[in-house]
Ligand binder design. Structure first.
Ligand code: ADP
Ligand code: ZN
Ligand code: MG
Length: 482
């Protein structure tokens, strides 16, 4: 029997606010434990929450970017459960009436078009962290409440995804959308963006949903794909052998490369939700909504389409360049003053390579500017420098911030296109490399490559390669002439 996978994702994204969702405590990552806490986020009795307006704005912008319908009124609720990292004994979340419903994410990949419906987006607060295996927690478990009360949106998709690879692609594109609107910093390692995957299988051709398993806290795109693929194989084998899938929560063990049961449905919580008595309903005014909608930047999928249409870029290039809005902006500014395909090649190749090697984000780059890169491309197009020299010049630009024209002039890197100068070098090489010349004249084509190499070497790499090639051919005469 052939099985089809059915996958729905639940994604938690921290909103990029300076302060927490219901108090004025800071949200910076990596501060000493319990230095960003107050009676509200520590759950002291009588401390009253006040909703952070900036968190609402970012949440709404994220939901708008996912095509959701924003609800004029939504309700916060208490989700009651005990856990050591939850000092109040309940989490403030949205339940029956979230602020956003019915979104849609559409994208093209490898010539295929993908659609994932968004069921809902709601706001909630994050919990604290239990610390094991840290210096502070050497003899037990310690609790750090710095993260308690950090604003989150939870994004829930319909079960529209059919493979681990598409799930990972969706998650990665969702990250691009959230970072583009400024709602999330996209940092999976620090836990600002986390994914739970719900997976079931069913025989191909059937439409009822199978029993689902939830895989919690996947913190990389690769793990999303691997965990889902593992789960599909595991579940298909169980069903094929006549077994039944138990509804449960599982965890991905990255070292072992498999999922492990964490808790079954029997242990599932009854959260006893009820409306949060200390917060009024969240009302989103039409004027705010209109302003936030107008402030939304161009979203990655639209930008990709435009880059291919406007600059004639291949889809692959557009995909790479739209990973961040800053990178796309760098490209467009370069392409305004130089050949767009050359600009794309330089950015995807040398620029990204050097950024990675120096662990820099494009936004933090101060040395190479789009104008500088455009000037470099024009130097190549004009024949002032050749390709290999241009790469060296680019590295110097990257490390020093110097302008390409100045580097070429000061370091004497200009390509030698003067016929007399190149001819002298060509004649020198022909005189010296008698063996190769003789072989060439006997008809051995490969000798020409060697001789060209010798000319470039004698010219310290600066000879115009085209000119060198044609002068060499002229001086040698036709191959096989001897
Ligand atoms: P729960 O009540 O367990 O939270 P929901 O119906 O709210 O379940 O769905 C949670 C997530 O699981 C959603 O992303 C949804 O698309 C997905 N989902 C629901 N049923 C299935 C299923 N049978 N197989 C795979 N994913 C599912
Ligand atoms: Zn606080
Ligand atoms: Mg649910």
């Amino acid at each position: 029997m052939q099985f089809e996978a059915v996958i729905g994702l639940e994604i938690h994204a921290q909103l990029r606010t300076a302060t927490k969702i219901f108090c004025g405590c800071g949200t910076a990552f990596g501060e000493p434990p319990n230095t960003q806490v107050c009676p509200v986020c520590l759950g002291f009795p009588g401390a009253l929450p006040v909703l952070n307006a900036r968190a609402v704005e970012l949440a709404v912008k994220a939901a708008l970017a996912l095509g959701c319908e924003i609800q004029p009124t939504s309700i916060f609720a208490r989700k009651n459960y005990f856990y050591p990292d939850l000092p109040k004994g309940y989490q403030i979340s949205q339940y029956e009436r979230p602020f956003a419903l019915a979104g849609l994410v559409v994208w093209q990949a490898d010539g295929e078009s993908h659609r994932v419906r968004i069921t809902r987006v709601h706001m909630e607060e994050d919990a604290g962290k239990s610390l094991h295996d840290t210096p502070e927690a050497a003899t037990g478990t310690c609790l750090d409440f710095n993260r308690a009360g950090t604003p989150l949106v939870e994004i829930v998709t319909e079960p529209d995804i059919r493979s681990g690879a598409v799930a990972a692609d969706f998650f990665s594109r969702l990250r691009d959308v959230l970072t583009t609107v400024g709602a999330n910093d996209g940092n999976l390692e620090e836990g600002s963006l986390r994914c739970d995957a719900n997976v079931s299988v069913r025989p191909v051709g059937t439409t009822t949903l199978g029993t689902k398993v939830e895989i919690k806290n996947l913190n990389s795109f690769r793990f999303v794909q691997k965990a889902i693929e593992y789960e599909i194989v595991r579940q298909s084998a169980v069903v094929r052998e006549g077994g039944r899938i138990v509804q449960e929560t599982r965890l991905w063990d990255a070292d072992a490369g498999c999922t492990e049961s964490m808790r079954s449905k029997e242990e599932a919580h009854d959260y006893r939700y009820f409306p949060e008595p200390d917060l009024p309903p969240l009302r989103i005014a039409g004027a705010d909504l209109a302003r936030w909608q107008a402030e939304l930047p161009e979203l990655p999928e639209k930008l990709r389409e435009r880059l291919t249409a406007q600059y004639g870029l291949p889809a692959y290039d557009a995909g790479v360049l739209t990973h961040s809005a800053a990178l796309a902006r760098f490209f467009e500014q370069t392409a305004a003053a130089a050949n767009p395909k050359a600009a794309s090649n330089w950015i995807m190749g040398e620029l990204l390579r050097l950024l990675r090697a120096s662990d820099l984000e494009i936004g933090a780059l101060t040395t190479v500017t789009p104008d500088g890169l455009a000037a470099l491309i024009r130097l190549v197009d004009a024949g002032t420098i050749n390709g290999p020299t241009a790469k060296a010049v680019f590295e110097t630009m990257f490390t020093s911030g110097r302008a390409p024209d100045e580097i070429v002039k000061t370091d004497g890197l200009g390509q030698v296109s003067d016929e007399g100068a190149v001819l002298a070098i060509v004649r020198g090489v022909i005189e010296k490399e008698t063996d190769a010349v003789e072989q060439y004249r006997k008809g051995k084509q490969a000798a020409l490559g060697f001789l060209t190499g010798q000319v470039m070497k004698a010219a310290k790499g600066k000879a115009n390669p085209k000119l060198a090639g044609s002068l060499l051919a002229r001086e040698l005469g036709p191959p096989g002439a001897a």
